[in-house]
Every structure is written in structure tokens, then in C-alpha cells.
Design a protein around this ligand. Structure first.
Ligand SMILES: NC(=O)c1ccc[n+]([C@@H]2O[C@H](COP(=O)([O-])OP(=O)(O)OC[C@H]3O[C@@H](n4cnc5c(N)ncnc54)[C@H](O)[C@@H]3O)[C@@H](O)[C@H]2O)c1
Length: 117
């Protein structure tokens, strides 16, 4: 069985992380960088992403990216491939998570769940 606690060597690998200004995305981007990968960190909130990179003293290349916009995705993936050759690792952490009381959930307020279910 693989030893998951052992450090892995990702030297020469290129990683693209979405939602990298967020809690999970930033930590994963840091782990990938520490393992030797070249990290392209992206987020909808590029100002926050720049702050997070500075706070963590990270060396990520950063890009603004809205994953819900297909043209945006194509353009960022294209520019990363042009610069790095290819993307070896893709981590999708972009997302929204809203806490809501069950009786307040409706079909229209973004949960995707039908109230009749
Ligand atoms: N943290 C948890 O305990 C937990 C548990 C279950 C699921 N998740 C899911 O994991 C993902 C990451 O969680 P997190 O805690 O880091 O969340 P977070 O809110 O800290 O980070 C999410 C990031 O996604 C970015 N984002 C939102 N919409 C985007 C879009 N359209 N394009 C690009 N970026 C966008 C936000 O700007 C934010 O920086 C989320 O999808 C969340 O729903 C988290």
C-alpha cells in the first residue's frame, strides 16, 4: 500500500488550481508548490488571490478565472498551456457553500433542490 504520509516529488509538473483564494484551494496550492510543482492559482476574486499569495509567501502564477464562464476557462487554460506546455494536475476548488435552514430553502434560491423532494 502507498505511504500517503511520504512527501511526493512533483518537480516538472504543472498544476492549475481553481478557487485558490479560498481556504481549501490555497492550502492545496501551497502543498503542490512545496512538492515542487509549478502552480497556476486562479480565482474569481483576483484581488483576494493576490493577498492570499502574499500572505503565504507563495510563488504561484495567478490568473483571474470565473469557472462558470466557458470562454474564460478556455482562455486561461490556453494561456497556461502556452506558458507551461501542458497541465498535469487540475484541482477544482472553486465553489460556493451557503448555510441555510431547511424551511428557507426554495427552488429559486440556489440550492438546486426542489422543496417537494
Ligand atoms: N470547507 C469545507 O468544509 C467544505 C466542505 C464541503 C465542500 N466544500 C466545498 O469545497 C470547495 C472549497 O471550499 P472552501 O472552504 O475553500 O471555500 P471558500 O469559499 O473558502 O473558497 C471558494 C473559492 O471559490 C471561489 N469562487 C466562487 N465562485 C467561483 C467561480 N465562479 N469561479 C472561480 N472561483 C470561484 C471564491 O472566490 C473562493 O475563493 C467549495 O466548493 C465548497 O463548497 C468545502
Amino acid at each position: 500500500m502507498a505511504d500517503l504520509s511520504a512527501p511526493c516529488d512533483l518537480s516538472g509538473q504543472t498544476a492549475l488550481v481553481t478557487g485558490a483564494a479560498g481556504g481549501v484551494g490555497a492550502e492545496i496550492a501551497l502543498c503542490l508548490e512545496r512538492a515542487g510543482a509549478r502552480v497556476f492559482a486562479t480565482d474569481l476574486d483576483s484581488a483576494r488571490l493576490a493577498e492570499v499569495r502574499a500572505d503565504r509567501c507563495a510563488a504561484w502564477d495567478i490568473r483571474a478565472l470565473d469557472v462558470s464562464n466557458i470562454e474564460d476557462v478556455g482562455s486561461v487554460v490556453g494561456s497556461v498551456c502556452e506558458e507551461a506546455g501542458q497541465i498535469d494536475i487540475l484541482v477544482n476548488c472553486a465553489g460556493i457553500y451557503r448555510m441555510q435552514f431547511l424551511p428557507e430553502i426554495t427552488e429559486r434560491n440556489g440550492t438546486g433542490c426542489s422543496p417537494s423532494m
